[in-house]
Every structure is written in structure tokens, then in C-alpha cells.
Design a protein around this ligand. Structure first.
Ligand code: NOJ
Length: 558
């Protein structure tokens, strides 16, 4: 397999609003990030993915951009940003910016012009259609609830917004728009950034004619007509030719609804599109047929199926990203681990499970200290537009009960990931001296970075070790993955193979002790315990092991 620095890297995602506030206004900022660069270096990560810091009215916390080449006032200035880049590079770390070009803000100058008249030169930068029979042009629902169309009186037409109505979709069919985007990307790369994380990049090509979802409902999910659309590969190849191929970058595309077959094209090994994508399949194993708010207990066998499909599917063609957390997902220790009695053990187990797979691992801020989901009593304490739109649709305009919907917010709401980073046990977890924009999780006195950094047995110290191991053992990056003991509903075990070496990874996903038998075809002699989350002694014979609650073990066999 071809080697590459971005395969060997570990990425750390910063959600700037919640990371660290340097000026006491309650909102994280760039200077705040700069103050924490040594912390990131100490953790050992190679690349920072910075969620959007561009000018934005913050309808969707920066994912609605009104100027792609300016910094949001609340986050600081372009000088601060230059200092951040310099601070990262001087410490040997790289910077990936968030590229949000499926849509802009409705306050972007392009949209302000576009809505003025049908013959405005910017009209065609967005997707405008006349109504049909007095209603929306088609029946698509927005990912943030309600219709995906907004009527605009000025020209008596509707514009498409797959997200909020303040996030109009850009019209990628327009070559002038595409060129503007490529120029903007080039401008950032010339400033010295090292790559892009591309927001919902597989939604940029919509099916010709924008057909309604079948079934005749007034509002329905139209994903088949805008996910992995007909021209998406053509656009990405053009972007690659025009921009990416001229730089040595790391790129990851966020691709909801992409299959492994799609991923092989997006992340093809010839490198004509992107380096890797974010799949959503493993994030859907606890959702019912109605989508993310339709809570469903998850099963280890489902996780095995999905992870194995992606590991095997991309091993010869493509490359995986590895993540269990980001700013859109609940905290993994609350979701797939145990956030009470076995919080530390299960957070370490989940880190092991993920970091030993083939792909580039992504850590989301706070994951490295085992931050958990939060339960605010009042809906008013939540900020996320997705939560509020969903609540309005289901409870205020619909007939679902408040308690049931609040429960789904506790389990799946995006604000679980967005509560401020817990730095220490002082007021507001050391995040701000002011009033935080979103309340701090009350468990910060126990869970915080300061105590984690000082403690050699902490989750932080364990993550340091996981990251270091990847640098020491090629097999962790490049080895071939194979699942073992497929049927086991308690233990997730797999091997990695490279040359004459084998790595065995064994993870107990339950709070019960359990026995594990290594398959007899694995030569378990002369093993070496690389890492474990209990103080387990190395042993010559690992043919049969009794695992403790949430125990994780990684052996290197030669
Ligand atoms: C995906 C981003 O990760 C999410 O936070 C955002 O709301 C949507 N795309 C829209 O940009």
C-alpha cells in the first residue's frame, strides 16, 4: 500500500465556539485556541481540523458563512488566525480548514444579490424555482425539519435550502460559482493551510429536474435526489485538478448516505478526488426507520457489520477516516460506553477499538478526557437550531410528548458535543471568565483536562499512548484488518496483519467479565502486550483470556 503522511496522522477537531474563551465574552475564540497549542502538542496530534471560523450570522454556528475570506468578529481577527497557523506549524502540526460550500449564508453578498431579481448576475449562484400548483417546487424536507424550500416574495420564487432557511444551497451547475469557490480555496492554500474538511460535499449535485420523493406526501425525504448526485464526481475531479492537485493536502469529505462503493470513488487511490470521507453508517446503528431522533438500542453485531464492511471495502482501494465523535454527534462514552461507573475504562476501550483500525483517526475535543452527554432541564438551555426546529415540528406543531422528545435530545442532540471544553475545576470549567454561550456540563469538577494531564492513568494519558503507538508501528497504520469471532455480542476482536506480524485487538463492550478464546489459527506465541486499559501483565499464552468490564487489549504477535 502506498504510504502517505495523511494516513499516518491523527487529527483533532476543534469546535472554536466551545474550545477556549480568551476575552471573557463567553464564546471561544482563536486566541483561546492559541493558548492551548501546547496542550494539543502534548497530546501528540498531528493535524487540527478547525470547524468554521469565517464571518457568519451564526444561524448554524458558523456553518452558514457570509464571507469565506474573513474571520468571525467573535472569534478574533485575521491576524489572530495567522498567529494560530504559525503557532501550529512551528510546533510541527498542520491545519485543516472547514470548507462549507454546499450552501452559504443568506447574508452572503452572493445571496443578497441573487434574491434581488431574476436577471441579477448572481441569480444562478443559487437554486431558484417557481412554485408548483401554489406550493413548493417539490416535496423535499430540510435536514433541519420542514420544507427544503423557502418562498421569496421579491421575485415570487422559492429557493432550495437542504439545511436551515438561512443556508441557501449553492448552484454547482454554474461554472462561474465553481470557479469562485476554487479561487477561494486557492487563496486559503496560498496562506499556508494544509487541507480541508468538506462539509456535506456529496450533496452538491442535485438530480436533474429536482424530482419529488415518490409516495405522494406533501413533505418527504428526498435524499436519493441530492446525495451522491449525478455530477458530484465530475465536480470533485474538477476541484482536484484546479486546486488540490497543486498542493500537498489532507482532505476529508463529509458524505452522509455514501456507500463503500461511493467511497471508493471519492477516496480513490489514484487521488483524483479526496483522500477520505466520513461515512455515517456506524453513526446510524442506534437510529430507527424515522431517522436520528427515532431512538433504537444498538447492537455490537451491527457495529461489527458496518465497521468490517468499511475496513474490508476500502482496504485495496480508498482510505478510511475513523471517528466516533464530532460536533454533530453525542459523546461516544455516553453512547457506546458507560458514562458512570466505567467511564474511564470504557472511554479507553473505545479509543483502542478505533485507533487500532485501518484509517486516519479523528479525535473530537473533550473525547480525550472522556467528556459525557449532558441533560439540561429546559429546552431554553439548548442552542442548536436542529434541536429547536425538531422540537417545534414534533411538539409544538405536532402531537409528540415533551418528555419523549426531551429524551431524544438527551441521547442524540448535537449540543451534547458542544458544551464548553472542561479545562479545570474552576468556575465554568476554566472555559470562560464570563457567561458561557452554552452551559458547562456540571460534571466538570471531576472531568477536566487539568486533572487528566496530571494523572498517568487518565484517558488523556492513554490517548497519548495510542497516538504514539501509531507512530511506532507501521502495522497500526497499514496492516490489513480482519474480524474475529463475528457472532460474539460482547467482545469486538480483530486482527491486523502486515508482513509476518499480527496485531490482535480485543475489546469488551460490556460491564460484565467475559471469557475470550483466540481462534486456533492465530499463532499466539511470543506475543507482546502493546497497550491495555487495566494493569494487566503480559503473558506468553493468550489462547484464552478473561476480560474485565470494558477491558481492551492489544497484542503484537511475531
Ligand atoms: C454538517 C455539519 O457538520 C453540521 O454541523 C452542519 O449543521 C451541516 N453540515 C450544515 O452545514
Amino acid at each position: 500500500m502506498e504510504k502517505a503522511w495523511w494516513k499516518e496522522s491523527v487529527v483533532y477537531q476543534i469546535y472554536p465556539r466551545s474550545f477556549n474563551d480568551s476575552n471573557g465574552d463567553g464564546i471561544g475564540d482563536i486566541k483561546g485556541i492559541i493558548e492551548k497549542l501546547d496542550y494539543l502538542k502534548q497530546l501528540g496530534v498531528d493535524v487540527i481540523w478547525l470547524s468554521p471560523v469565517y464571518k457568519s450570522p451564526n444561524d448554524d454556528n458558523g456553518y452558514d458563512i457570509s464571507d469565506y475570506q474573513a474571520i468571525m468578529d467573535e472569534f478574533g481577527t485575521m491576524d489572530d488566525w495567522d498567529e494560530l497557523l504559525e503557532g501550529l506549524h512551528s510546533r510541527g502540526m498542520k491545519l485543516m480548514m472547514d470548507l462549507v460550500v454546499n450552501h452559504s449564508s443568506d447574508e452572503h453578498k452572493w445571496f443578497i444579490e441573487s434574491r434581488k431579481s431574476k436577471d441579477n448576475p448572481y441569480r444562478d449562484y443559487y437554486i431558484w424555482r417557481p412554485g408548483k400548483d401554489g406550493i413548493e417546487p417539490n416535496n423535499w424536507t430540510s435536514i433541519f425539519s420542514g420544507s427544503a424550500w423557502e418562498y421569496d416574495e421579491i421575485t415570487d420564487e422559492y429557493y432550495l435550502h437542504l439545511f436551515s432557511k438561512k443556508q441557501p444551497d449553492l448552484n454547482w451547475e454554474n461554472p462561474t460559482l465553481r470557479q469562485e469557490i476554487y479561487d477561494m480555496m486557492t487563496w486559503w492554500l496560498d496562506k499556508g493551510i494544509d487541507g480541508f474538511r468538506m462539509d456535506v460535499i456529496n450533496l452538491i449535485s442535485k438530480a436533474e429536474g429536482l424530482p419529488s420523493a415518490p409516495g405522494g406526501k406533501r413533505y418527504d425525504w428526498g435524499g436519493d435526489f441530492f446525495m451522491n448526485g449525478p455530477r458530484v464526481h465530475e465536480y470533485l475531479q474538477e476541484m482536484n485538478r484546479e486546486v488540490l492537485s497543486k498542493y500537498d493536502t489532507i482532505t476529508v469529505g463529509e458524505c452522509p448516505g455514501a456507500s463503500t462503493e461511493d467511497a471508493k470513488k471519492y477516496a480513490n487511490k489514484e487521488g483524483t478526488e479526496l483522500n477520505m470521507i466520513f461515512t455515517f453508517e456506524h453513526m446510524d446503528i442506534d437510529s430507527g426507520p424515522e431517522g436520528k431522533w427515532d431512538l433504537k438500542p444498538w447492537q455490537l453485531s451491527d457495529l461489527k457489520d458496518v465497521m468490517t464492511k468499511w475496513q474490508k471495502g476500502l482496504e485495496d482501494d480508498g482510505w478510511n477516516s475513523l471517528y466516533l465523535n464530532n460536533h454533530d454527534q453525542p459523546r461516544v462514552v455516553s453512547r457506546f460506553g458507560n458514562d458512570t461507573e466505567y467511564r474511564v475504562e470504557s472511554a479507553k476501550m473505545l479509543g483502542t477499538f478505533l485507533h487500532m483500525m485501518q484509517g486516519t483517526p479523528y479525535i473530537y475535543q473533550g473525547e480525550e478526557i472522556g467528556m459525557t452527554n449532558v441533560r439540561f432541564d429546559s429546552l431554553d438551555d439548548y442552542n442548536d437550531i436542529e434541536i429547536h426546529n425538531m422540537y417545534r415540528e414534533k411538539v409544538i406543531e405536532g402531537n409528540e410528548g415533551h418528555d419523549k422528545v426531551m429524551e431524544s435530545i438527551y441521547v442524540k442532540g448535537r449540543d451534547n458535543a458542544r458544551t464548553p471544553m472542561q479545562w479545570d475545576d474552576s468556575k465554568n470549567a476554566g472555559f470562560t471568565t464570563g457567561t458561557p454561550w452554552l452551559k458547562v456540563n456540571p460534571n466538570y469538577k471531576e472531568i477536566n483536562a487539568k486533572s487528566a494531564v496530571e494523572n498517568p492513568d487518565s484517558i488523556f494519558s492513554y490517548y497519548q499512548k495510542l497516538i504514539k503507538l501509531r507512530k511506532e508501528h507501521d502495522i497500526i497504520v497499514y496492516g490489513t484488518y480482519d474480524l474475529i469471532d463475528e457472532e460474539n455480542e460482547q467482545i469486538y476482536a480483530y486482527t491486523r496483519t502486515l508482513g509476518d506480524k499480527t496485531l490482535v485487538v480485543i475489546c469488551n463492550f460490556t460491564e460484565n467479565k467475559t471469557e475470550f478464546e483466540l481462534p486456533t489459527n492465530i499463532n499466539y506465541h511470543s506475543n507482546h502486550l502493546l497497550i491495555s486499559n487495566y494493569n494487566r501483565e503480559d503473558s506468553k499464552d493468550i489462547s484464552s483470556i478473561e476480560l474485565k468490564p470494558y477491558e481492551a487489549l492489544v497484542y503484537l504477535l511475531k
